[in-house]
Design a protein around this ligand. Structure first.
Ligand SMILES: CC[C@@H](C(=O)O)C(=O)SCCNC(=O)CCNC(=O)[C@H](O)C(C)(C)COP(=O)(O)OP(=O)(O)OC[C@H]1O[C@@H](n2cnc3c(N)ncnc32)[C@H](O)[C@@H]1OP(=O)(O)O
Length: 256
């Protein structure tokens, strides 16, 4: 039985792989522990120059929160505890001193799309689809993903549309609206190496300094507080009947 994730550092690139293909790489508490380990690893290993997140297989990058585990959370307080745990981890991830890259090997939905949005860069496989489908579950984003989306420089109407559509977009559309930075064919590793080729030639201290510039902007814009507000909003919707019913529908559909 695997831990649900693994990570390895090769030549300055630390890759965190969500390894639950049978659940389309959904996030549970074990995978959250993996985020904790990886963040601590980056802080204690100055050999890490880039942090990459990807998923096992070619079907899914990440399908968001594991509904088969999180459906037991039925009150706003219970939901808030899970959502804020992941939101804190993603905030730490987003404010790391190295460039972070989502290597999107397959579908990214719900919280999976939030994780990708918390990264500095998104490289998307040509056949992958991504979307903030939370609306179909009668909730909003709850890990900070909506808040990060409004910081990513997309035209405001396009960012908002992506959230309110609550559906997946194909890779080319994700590129056209400015969410994806690259659409790649073939081996994800090759796309990654090509993407970081120029960045590799730059001193790590320079990358750190630019990340600090961005983080200062976020601090001035109250990003952390806004993420906590996003968590609170989602928690309130979580305990309501439309969400609980939507989760039941998803779980029973997959039992048939
Ligand atoms: C909790 C935080 C919240 C947030 O803040 O954003 C969320 O993330 S809510 C969760 C949102 N995610 C979803 O609603 C995704 C649901 N999944 C899907 O829509 C589809 O599975 C898929 C991701 C589009 C993949 O489709 P497909 O390739 O056709 O696979 P299957 O649907 O057959 O799934 C295979 C297998 O995996 C299970 N699965 C998939 N996603 C999840 C999930 N998020 N949680 C738990 N389990 C999941 C699915 O039930 C199937 O299981 P079996 O039937 O037992 O094989």
């Amino acid at each position: 039985m695997t831990k649900g994730y693994f990570f390895e550092e090769v030549d300055g690139v630390l890759t965190f792989t969500i390894d639950r293909p049978e659940r389309r790489n959904a996030i549970n508490d074990d995978v959250m522990d993996g985020f904790r380990e990886v963040i601590d690893y980056v802080h204690t290993h100055d050999t890490v120059r880039f942090l990459v997140i990807t998923g096992t297989g070619d079907r899914a990058f990440c399908s968001g929160g594991d509904l088969s585990e999180f459906h037991t959370l039925t009150t706003a307080e219970q939901a808030s505890s899970m959502l804020s745990k992941m939101a804190e981890l993603l905030y730490e991830w987003a404010t790391l001193p190295v460039p972070t890259i989502a290597l999107i090997n397959g579908t990214a939905v719900g919280g999976g799309c939030e994780i990708a949005t918390a990264c500095d860069f998104r490289l998307v496989a040509a056949e992958a689809k991504c979307g903030f489908i939370q609306g179909t579950l009668a909730i909003t984003t709850g890990w900070g993903g909506g808040t990060y989306l409004f910081e990513r420089g997309l035209r405001h109407d396009r960012a908002l549309k992506m959230l309110v559509d609550a559906k997946t977009y194909p890779a080319q559309q994700l590129y056209d609206i400015g969410w994806a930075m690259r659409v790649f064919e073939g081996e994800p590793r090759n796309a990654l190496e090509e993407f970081i080729e120029d960045m590799r030639k730059v001193e790590p201290g320079v990358h750190k300094a630019y990340k600090e510039m961005e983080i200062r902007k976020w601090k001035n814009a109250g990003l952390y507080t806004r993420i906590q507000q996003e968590v609170a909003t989602c928690s309130l919707l979580w305990e309501q009947e439309p969400h609980l019913a939507a989760v039941d529908r998803f779980l029973s559909k997959n039992k048939k």
